[in-house]
Ligand binder design. Structure first.
Ligand code: ZN
Length: 313
């Protein structure tokens, strides 16, 4: 049988200040902080997860905020633009919101869709587009009515060092379908309702440099552990060098760098963010994996406290 990913699971990026980062993604974009934990590879740094109220796969953008990290440069070998999707007819609402909040934006059109492009406080490139796909949110948060709120990812624009290779891994390995080429972009589509359209500029881009304001990796969905283990074999058999399967508590992860330079991850949908917190308490406490619990006091002592607006429901 041939496996196909249904779309984006999460996207992980670098930020500078944890409070500024959390205030932007919750207070301005209206995403929920669904998990406050640490970078499992460097526990003196937060790992913050923002998504819909339950952190559904296809809605979650995550950050490693670090005041010590260097500034990055967006370029080849990275996700260049992260796309969020809002309900049809709501872009005017977002333009007005951004204007009132002092967020600069501009318009771009790709594949006959209009995009509202802006950056986060660290310069990470983001955009909103209207689509009817994907469940409309049921919660009102940060003053944003549910029927105007971000539903999750629309997709991403991948900046490649070798776009033919990146298109090849999307199509031949991950199983996305190429649906068109237009104005210097190729578009690939997967089956999920969110995180399902990936655009690749049809030119090789200069290397970016990783750091604050850039994406670290993009993760693709695997439905369960069995499919995930198969993915690792498929990736290895396709000429890439996957890592061992890692336990990220809320999903299993395997990473590989595709030949266009972008770090890919395959992540399982389960167990999800309600694994260690109640649904209505997600993100409130610092959650640590079992192996870091003995060091909790030491870890908490170096992390800057974060305050966010409590969800009203
Ligand atoms: Zn990840």
């Amino acid at each position: 049988m041939s496996d196909r990913t249904t779309g984006i699971h999460h996207i992980t990026a670098f930020a500078r200040d944890p409070q500024e980062n959390a205030s932007f993604y919750t207070g301005i974009l209206g995403l929920h902080l669904v998990k406050k934990t640490v970078n499992f590879d460097a526990p003196d740094t937060y790992h913050l997860y923002f998504g819909d109220a339950s952190g559904s796969p296809g809605t979650v953008i995550t950050f490693f905020p670090s005041s010590k990290a260097r500034k990055g440069r967006i370029g080849g070998g990275q996700v260049g633009v992260t796309t969020f999707v809002v309900p049809v007819g709501t872009i005017a609402y977002w333009e007005q919101r951004f204007t009132e909040l002092g967020i600069a934006f501009r318009h771009e059109t790709r594949f006959s869709e209009s995009y509202l492009q802006f950056t986060d406080p660290d310069g990470l490139r983001l955009e909103l587009t209207e689509r009817s796909e994907g469940p409309v949110r049921t919660d009102t948060y940060a003053g944003i009515p549910a029927d105007k709120a971000i539903k999750g990812f629309g997709g991403a624009v991948l900046f490649s060092r070798d776009y033919l290779q990146t298109m090849d891994v999307l199509e031949r390995v991950l199983g996305l379908a190429k649906v068109g080429e237009e104005d210097g972009f190729a578009r690939f589509q997967s089956s999920a309702e969110l995180g399902n359209r990936i655009d690749v500029p049809l030119s090789n881009m200069e290397w970016g440099s990783g750091g604050v304001g850039t994406v670290h990796h993009i993760a693709w969905r695997a439905k369960d552990n069995e499919e995930h283990a198969r993915w690792r074999e498929i990736v290895a058999a396709s000429g890439y060098k996957p890592t061992e399967i890692k336990d990220r508590q809320y999903f299993k992860a395997v990473y590989f760098r595709e030949h266009g330079g972008i770090l890919f991850e395959i992540a399982t949908d389960a167990p999800g963010f309600a694994r260690d917190e109640r649904q209505n308490e997600l993100g409130r406490k610092l959650m640590l994996p079992e192996w870091f619990e003995p060091r909790r006091a030491e870890i908490e002592a170096v992390l800057q406290p974060i305050t966010i607006e409590e969800p009203s429901n």
